[in-house]
Write a protein that binds this ligand. Structure first.
Ligand SMILES: Cc1cc2nc3c(=O)[nH]c(=O)nc-3n(C[C@H](O)[C@H](O)[C@H](O)COP(=O)(O)OP(=O)(O)OC[C@H]3O[C@@H](n4cnc5c(N)ncnc54)[C@H](O)[C@@H]3O)c2cc1C
Length: 276
């Protein structure tokens, strides 16, 4: 088995202060020598320049960086242009997603699902790009059924994905079950768990509702019981996320992808506690 791979995700900063904060975060996390950093892409292309600029800045500092690319609301011509720009900059690693239609933006564009984007990248650029796709151990919130979601994931992999990163989850069994289910359907690419630090309970609960990540009842009640005591929430969250990450790695996860929210603190602590 090859050594686990570790990566850190950022979102493109919107202000000069945000950009400076991200530089500091990145330098802190760079000491852990991740396989790559990735930078998200606002659906509908809203952060197109910000994503590319952040990726280029990371690469200038000598680190590998992968831009995300979401296709919903875009035309083939627009996606072709972005891919060509990435390629012209020598970028060979991308995270290919459908994205979600921003409210108020009616037109879904020329790509309906991420598998169509993956197929388009392969058609137009052959093997130039290493393509990561998203996976949902607790199933995607819009999935017609668990079975349909598994089938759709397998199709997306068969369209040409090299590896996958999961939505975050707090239940390791969901991840192992998902990996077993897709492997039984012939998938053999690495599926790297996405790890979300627990920092702010209300924010996490809201976001988890939207993206279909379940906070188990016991965990929700425990976190809620800390009320406004954010130090206790963070301390408990660190213990929980470290244990989850450790269990995933001990049981064969091929690496970890950390959702950093552009901050190094929690992720660095988890990393150090895991002894990576
Ligand atoms: C690691 C990771 C990174 C992300 N980064 C970003 C980002 O940078 N920018 C962003 O906007 N969003 C990002 N997202 C969120 C993502 O765009 C949303 O979760 C989105 O709702 C689904 O994207 P997808 O690529 O998984 O879509 P898909 O794989 O297309 O799946 C979406 C839904 O459609 C269903 N489906 C797929 N194919 C078919 C078909 N042929 N017929 C019927 N149904 C089908 C699936 O079962 C699923 O329910 C990220 C998510 C993850 C896990």
């Amino acid at each position: 088995m090859s050594a686990p791979t570790f990566s850190f995700e950022f979102f493109p900063p919107k202000t000069p202060e945000g950009a400076e904060k991200l530089r500091v975060t990145r330098r802190q996390l760079a000491q852990f020598k991740p396989e790559f950093f990735s930078v998200t892409f606002g659906a509908g292309g809203t952060t197109q320049e910000g994503t590319l600029n952040a990726v280029l800045e990371i690469r200038q500092e000598g680190f590998a960086a992968a831009p995300h690319l979401s296709c919903i609301g875009s035309s083939r011509a627009n996606i072709a242009e972005i891919l060509q720009r990435y390629r012209d900059h020598g970028i060979r690693h991308i995270v290919a997603l459908r994205g979600d239609i921003p409210s108020g933006m009616g037109d879904v564009g020329e790509f309906r699902y991420a598998n169509e984007l993956v197929a388009f990248i392969r058609e137009t650029h052959g093997d130039w790009f290493h393509i990561e796709v998203a996976a949902y151990p607790e199933y995607h919130p819009q999935a017609q059924s668990a079975e349909a979601d598994l089938r759709n994931f397998v199709n997306k992999v068969n369209a040409g994905a090299n590896s996958a990163i999961t939505q975050y989850f707090f239940n390791a069994d969901a991840y192992f079950h998902f990996v077993d289910a897709v492997q039984a359907r012939g998938v053999n690419i690495p599926i790297v768990p996405g790890i979300m630090p627990i920092q702010n309970f209300n924010q996490l609960a809201r976001f988890s509702d939207m993206c279909g990540a379940e906070i188990p009842r016991w965990l929700k009640l425990r976190l809620a019981s800390f009320g406004d005591d954010s130090a206790s929430i963070r301390a408990f969250g660190l213990d929980f996320v470290t244990e989850l990450s450790d269990r995933l790695l001990q049981n064969g996860a091929p690496g970890l992808h950390f959702y950093t929210l552009n901050a190094a603190g929690a992720v660095s602590t988890v990393w150090q506690r895991l002894g990576l």
